[in-house]
Design a protein. Structure first.
Length: 74
């Protein structure tokens, strides 16, 4: 199972949500990090969500980037 990290920084998450739904259906472990100023979208069950830097520090985000098998920025 691949670990995927999505970094959301934009206001239009529809494409990101479509990709996330496909990844969840494929059995991948999906996490989302919201960068400052980004509204939280409604995510599928099983997706972890963290706000940077409120809930996740920049240093911790960097660690998650290196731990992930794939990182996608939106």
């Amino acid at each position: 199972m691949a670990r995927v990290l999505h970094l959301l920084k934009g206001d239009e998450p529809s494409l990101a949500l479509a990709v996330i739904a496909q990844q969840i259906a494929g059995g991948e472990e999906v996490a989302v990090a919201l960068l400052p100023g980004t509204a939280a979208p409604t995510l599928p069950a099983g997706v972890s969500l963290s706000r940077v830097p409120d809930q996740l520090s920049w240093a911790s985000l960097l660690e998650r980037i290196f731990e992930a098998d794939q990182v996608i920025t939106w």
